[in-house]
Design a protein around this ligand. Sequence first.
Ligand SMILES: Cc1cc2nc3c(=O)[nH]c(=O)nc-3n(C[C@H](O)[C@H](O)[C@H](O)COP(=O)(O)OP(=O)(O)OC[C@H]3O[C@@H](n4cnc5c(N)ncnc54)[C@H](O)[C@@H]3O)c2cc1C
Length: 462
Amino acid sequence: MKRPSSLWLDQALDAPSTPCPRLAQNITADVAIIGGGYVGLWTAIELNARRPDLSITILESDICGSGASGRNGGYVLSWWTKAPSLLAMWGEEVARDLILKSEAAITQLDDFCKQEGIDAEFIRSGWVWGAASQSHNGAWESGMQACAKLGVGNLELLDEAGAQRKSGGADFRAAILDLTAALIHPGKLVRGLREAALRRGIQIFEHSPVEHLRRGRPAVLKTHQGSVAAKRVAIATNAWAASVRELSRSIAVVSSDIIASPPVPDLLAKLGWQDGAGVNDSQQMVHYVRPTRDGRILAGKGGLASGFGGNVTDVMFSNERRAGIVEDKFRQLYPGLGGLQMNSHWSGPVDRSADGLPIIGTLPGHDHIAYAIGWSGNGVGPSQIGSKAVASLLLGEKDEWSTLPIVRAPPKSMPPEPIRYIGSHVVRTAVRMRDTALAQDKLPNALVNAIADLAPRGVEDK
Ligand SMILES: Cc1cc2nc3c(=O)[nH]c(=O)nc-3n(C[C@H](O)[C@H](O)[C@H](O)COP(=O)(O)OP(=O)(O)OC[C@H]3O[C@@H](n4cnc5c(N)ncnc54)[C@H](O)[C@@H]3O)c2cc1C
C-alpha cells in the first residue's frame, strides 16, 4: 500500500530526481544500509568520504524520505536541553563534548548543503521554548544552569513581551531563546542527501523492503525479488527497528502529527515572523509551531498515538482525529490566529528511547552489523553524529565517534509487547492529564504524576 505523503515530501518531489530501481537480483556489497532516511544517507556519505573504495548499497522499503526524515518539523537542535541528564550520566567532560558536537552538527549541515548545492531552506532563526502557564515558567532553568556550568549553548531569556514577539504571537508568559538552532525544509534535505549519495556512486534501491536479515558473514539481506550479501550492515530504520529482535526493547514508537496552513505571507509579515524561530511550548506532549519559507504556518504535537512493536502501520502517517487535536491545541496557544485555516496534515513515527538520547552500537555477537536508533524527536542535526559513529564502528576504528557513551548495547528499557503497547496508553493518558492540569496552573494528582513520570524522555529533558 502507498504510504501517505507529507507536504514537505510532495514539495521536494516537484524537483527532478534520479530514479532508483527496485532490487530484483542477488548482489554483493561491502556495506549494506537498511533505510533511506537521514541516518542511512548520512552513514553512506560518511563511509564514502572515509573509504571511497567501498561499495555501498542502501535498501529503502518505500522512497528515501518517506519515513520521519521527510515528515518532521524541520527543527535543527543541539542537545543543550539534555545537559542536566548528560551531566548526571557521564560527567562534565562528556556532557560538554556531546553538546558541542551537536552544535557543530548544525553548522556542518549548513556547510554540506552549501557545498552540494542542496537548497534545504536552512535558516538559523533560533528556537523559542516558551511557557504558556505559570507552572511551566522556568521549565528550562536546570538546562540553562547546566549549560552555564559547561560553558556551552547560546541562550537568551525572554520576558512575556519578548517571548510573544519572537514566537509570532504565542500566548507565552516567558521563554528561552536558543540562538544556535535552525530550521530546514525536511523533504528538500533528505532528497538532496539522496542525490548527493547517488553522485558519490552509492547504489540506492527504493521500494525494496528488507524482509530478512541473516546475521552471518557475509550478512544477507533478503528482499522480495533479490538479496544483498554484505560484509557490513547498518540498521537505520528508526521506529521500524523495534521489529529487530535485539533492538525491540530499546525504543517505544509514538506518532508526531503536523498540520499546515496555506501560504499566508502577509500574516507572517504582520506578525514579524517571516524568518522566524521554531517554537515549542513546555508540555511533555510538546506542541511545536513554525513558519515556512513559502509563508505557511505549521503546527505539530508529539505522542498522541503509539505503535505496536515495529509494526509501523498507516495510522502513523496520517490521521484526521489527531490532526483535529493538533489544531485545537494550536488555537489555544495562538489565540490571535483563530481565523487561520489549515489545509494539510500528515504524521510520522518517532523512536523514543528511555533517556531521549540515541542508541548506537553493534548487535551483540555481530560486530559487523551496526544500528543507530532512538532519536526521540531530535534527529535532524544529531543524525550526523550517529552516522559518524556507525561509520567508525563498521570500519573498526576506535576514535572519538565510536567511543561516545551513546555508543552502547541495546538497553532493555521498554517492557515487551503487548505490555508496552497497553502501558504506553496508560502513561500517555497520565501525561495528557498532567499537561492539562499544569497548563491551567493546577496541581496534578499524585498518581497521575507518578505514572506520567514513566514516559520516555523527548527533546526536552523531562
Ligand atoms: C512528525 C515528526 C516531527 C519531527 N520533528 C523533528 C524536528 O523538528 N527536529 C528533529 O530533529 N527531529 C524531528 N523528528 C525526528 C526526526 O525526523 C528523526 O529523528 C529522523 O528523521 C530519523 O531519521 P532516520 O533515518 O532514523 O529515520 P527515517 O527517516 O524514518 O528513515 C528510516 C527509513 O527506513 C525505512 N525502512 C524501514 N524498515 C525497512 C526495511 N525493512 N527495509 C528497508 N527500509 C526500511 C523506512 O521506510 C524509512 O524511510 C520528527 C519526527 C516526526 C515523525
